[in-house]
Design a binder for this molecule. Structure first.
Ligand SMILES: [Fe+2]
Length: 408
């Protein structure tokens, strides 16, 4: 089983510092981590404008006056952002408010170029350093104008890697564990604090400029002040212990898993987790668990290890020459009489027909096929209409695309 990313570029110095901080679980602020925050803002804005094009709702939360507003959410979904409309103008046009915070999970799924850039900036170096994620990474977006994070001073159960895009600066206050434990005691520890002035003198006070990265390890308290409108992308990577991997595999074996929690698989052949696997195998068979692991990895790899949903479907032209995408491999697994095909993080269950598999193999090895070529390759076992439907679905999900190569 392949456990390395598609490409293996050597991380630059800033990326190396980030990876080292994550490995040590120490907060770090890295200035000018990326040179193109404004290009990322454009892609984020394009992604938000595309919310109305698809069949899938974005994982969007709207906060106003320190509370989540589900009533605002439906109004924003029903009145999408116009193409060139800035987010603050859209929110003000629909909701009539100037102070707000939008939180969007799965943001990278809404724009292919954003997805690719996040892959290059974070996914590839993280997978190269820490291994293959059993569950996809999530890329979320926080944007808005708000005096403080809507839920006050808090800690998260996952690491936060924040890439601040701007256009304005943002202030972060971070209290390393022992300091927060010392200054906040009793019942106050059980609620999120909003009186930052009272404890800010003990915090790391960081000014995030566009392009900066801030890493906050899980369970470290922090809060953000965002007095002027800005965008911040968050990336969640968390290596898991073998003990955490096994329940995921068991759940997958039981067909019940559907939400990402962004965990790394430390290594399928690692001896440390093998005895535990044997224990879980008393409930699920070893074969079942191996198959579950292979399925999770193939699905995740097919989307560049990023959370795939929600996403808009691409449109499919008619006759043309089709090829795999360069970055996202088509994966499949044989499962009895079925072929499980993994396309950009989604799973298609198809009959295990030899000629269908041969056609997929052609795509997987970089061959190009026309629509009529695909129909003819599968004609022994599939009617033309069924073959066309499969090819169209592959294109819609982004697993193959019309090739730009001129064959003339
Ligand atoms: Fe947080």
């Amino acid at each position: 089983m392949k456990t390395k990313p598609q490409t293996s570029a050597v991380p630059d110095k800033k990326t190396e510092s980030l990876l080292n901080a994550v490995a040590r679980r120490e907060s770090v602020h890295i200035q000018a981590f990326t040179d193109f925050p404004s290009a990322l803002i454009s892609l984020v804005e394009e992604g938000i404008s595309s919310f109305d094009h698809g069949q899938f709702l974005p994982k969007l939360r709207v906060f106003h006056d320190f509370g989540e507003r589900t009533d605002f959410l439906s109004r924003l979904i029903l009145s999408p952002k116009r193409q060139a409309e800035p987010v603050p103008e859209w929110v003000n046009r629909i909701l009539g408010i100037k102070e707000f915070c939008l939180a969007i999970n799965g943001m990278s799924a809404w724009n292919d170029r954003l997805h690719d850039m996040v892959f290059d900036i974070f996914v590839e170096p993280f997978v190269g350093r820490f291994g293959v994620p059993l569950k996809p990474f999530d890329v979320y977006l926080f944007c808005g104008t708000y005096p403080l994070t809507p839920f006050g001073v808090h800690s998260d159960s996952e690491d936060s890697i924040l890439l601040h895009l701007g256009p304005n600066t943002k202030e972060a206050f971070v209290w390393p564990g022992d300091i927060y434990d010392r200054i906040v005691r009793g019942t106050e520890r059980r609620v999120n604090l909003f009186d930052v002035d009272k404890i800010s003198h003990e915090a790391m006070h960081i000014k995030l400029r566009p392009g900066d990265v801030l890493y906050i390890p899980k369970r470290v308290h922090h809060v953000m002040a965002n007095g002027k409108f800005s965008y911040t992308l968050g990336f969640i990577p968390n290596p898991v212990s073998s003990a955490q991997v096994l329940p995921l595999l068991a759940r997958e074996a039981a067909e019940g898993l559907d939400e990402a929690d962004c965990s790394f698989l430390p290594g399928l052949n690692g001896s440390s987790w093998h005895p535990m696997l044997e224990t879980v195998a008393q409930i699920f068979s070893l074969d079942e668990l191996r198959h579950a692991a292979a399925r999770l990895l193939a699905r995740s790899r097919s989307n560049g290890y990023l959370a795939p949903a929600p996403a808009h479907l691409r449109t499919c032209g008619g006759e043309g020459i089709y090829a795999r995408t360069l970055r996202y491999p088509l994966e499949y697994l044989r499962d009895g009489n079925w072929l499980r095909l993994f396309v950009r993080g989604r799973e298609l269950k198809l009959p295990a027909l030899d000629d269908l598999r041969a056609a997929f193999d052609m795509f997987r090895t970089g061959e190009r096929l026309s629509l009529s070529g695909f129909v003819s390759m599968t004609s022994r076992s599939l009617e033309a209409a069924a073959a066309i439907a499969i090819l169209r679905r592959l294109v819609e999900l982004g697993g193959i695309e019309e090739s730009c190569i001129d064959f003339a």
